[in-house]
Design a protein around this ligand. Structure first.
Ligand code: ADP
Ligand code: MG
Length: 265
């Protein structure tokens, strides 16, 4: 892979294979997410979506191939700018015995930047992130009394508090009501308009259809589609599916403007 291929990439995955136990869960995955691009990662249950995003976050070891985040190989952990990368996992283990406030959960997103975590500026960032998901008024409440949708918003705030350049979010629409889905779509649309690169795992495009620029579909740990979202017009013959950009044009580093918020939630 040439250096120029990765120069504007938020994510570059090349020949990735992952074994977990006896099974080959990811089998030769290659994909690229340009900076500022919004990628939908789709596929049936068990196709390997969560494993792939966990690999991106350095949470699952690689058997073969490589993964670069903003040009840094994740095997060299210290070289990766984790403090500007936000991750919202599919599931969180919540322990009701621990009375953790929304503010504390969100502040934990700043642990990669100790000065910010401890300082007053950090507290401002935490409140700003809670504001972004419409929960500023609930900062001091224990997350264990929150609904599933509210808990998920706290986790989104924990990712947003980093002001991420890359946001990776695993099945955010599962188990939340339509109104919350629309509010989340608006939040992601705003981040997109600000140039954030977004990788979002989805069952279907749903309310996120307007902001998904490209989809990668997994089947049994392999990429079976990489290109335009299913419902949009077919890609032009010049579309380079592997690199997600049109040949002869510079890579996309910006995205269109869509803005809104969680107001009224
Ligand atoms: N820790 C693990 N050990 C063994 N197999 C696993 C492990 N985690 C996931 N798998 C298997 O990997 C496959 C992909 O799982 P996953 O990445 O969670 O898929 P998806 O998110 O698309 O539903 C499934 O067959 C799952 O059973
Ligand atoms: Mg999953």
């Amino acid at each position: 892979m040439s250096e120029s291929t990765g120069s504007c990439a938020a994510v570059l995955v090349d020949g990735l294979r992952v074994h977990l136990g006896a099974s080959r869960v990811l089998d030769g995955i290659s994909l690229r997410v340009a900076r500022g691009e919004t990628l939908g990662l789709l596929g049936a249950n068990g196709s390997g979506k969560t494993t792939l995003v966990k690999v991106l976050m350095g949470l699952v070891p690689i058997t073969a191939g490589r993964v670069l985040l903003h040009g840094s190989d994740i095997r060299n952990r210290r070289s990766v700018p984790w403090s500007r990368i936000g991750y919202v996992p599919q599931r969180v283990n919540s322990n009701p015995a621990m009375a953790v406030t929304a503010e504390e959960v969100v502040a934990s997103g700043l642990l990669t930047d100790r000065n910010l975590f401890r300082g007053r500026r950090g507290r401002g960032r935490v409140m700003e992130a809670l504001e972004q998901v419409g929960l500023a008024g609930r900062a001091g409440d224990s997350v264990h009394i929150f609904s599933g949708g509210q808990q998920q918003r706290v986790l989104i705030a924990r990712a947003l508090v980093r002001r991420p350049e890359l946001l990776v979010i695993d099945e955010p629409m599962s188990g939340i009501d339509r109104k919350s889905q629309e509010a989340l779509a608006a939040t992601l649309g705003k981040l997109q308009s600000e140039g954030t690169s977004i990788v979002v795992v989805l069952h279907d495009l749903g309310v996120l259809a307007p902001i998904i620029e490209r989809t990668v579909v997994l089947e049994n740990g392999r990429v079976v589609h990489d290109g335009a979202p299913p419902s949009s017009r077919p890609p032009s013959p010049d579309q380079d599916h592997f690199h997600g950009q049109v040949r002869g044009q510079p890579p996309r580093c910006t995205a269109p403007v869509i803005a809104a918020g969680w107001r009224g939630q």
